[in-house]
Design a protein around this ligand. Structure first.
Ligand code: SF4
Length: 115
């Protein structure tokens, strides 16, 4: 089983199977694991410009990551998102909304909109 640090390094691109496009690759990992009460804005700002943001946050929700900034979202913010998923919301929609991306419309619904 991977340690937290190994998981983090793998996901963020400094180990065997990097998350493609991870902007934080090679950065100081402490930035993304701030002490309780420490500022998180710098890490969140980096995440906002990362092309891997959706996959990063989605993965963190799936793995139930308890610590750190993933996809620009703190642990407390992820708890709120996880509760929404637990109540039946689509994880893709929850993640898309959290990062400000429009949720994908399922193809059948899209065809109805076009017709
Ligand atoms: S979204 Fe943030 S934590 Fe995730 S890979 Fe990108 S820069 Fe790293």
């Amino acid at each position: 089983m991977l340690t937290l640090s190994e998981t983090f390094e793998t996901i963020r691109g400094v180990a065997a199977e990097p998350l493609e496009g991870a902007v934080c690759k090679g950065m100081d990992l402490d930035l993304f694991f701030p002490e309780r009460g420490a500022p998180t804005e710098e890490a969140k700002a980096i995440c906002r410009g990362c092309p891997a943001r959706f996959e990063c946050l989605r993965g963190a929700l799936e793995r139930r990551e308890r610590f750190g900034i993933w996809g620009g979202v703190s642990e407390r913010e992820r708890r709120v998102l996880r509760r929404r998923v637990a109540r039946g919301a689509s994880i893709d929609s929850v993640v898309a909304e959290a990062i400000g991306r429009r949720p994908a419309v399922p193809s059948a619904a899209r065809e109805r909109q076009i017709a």
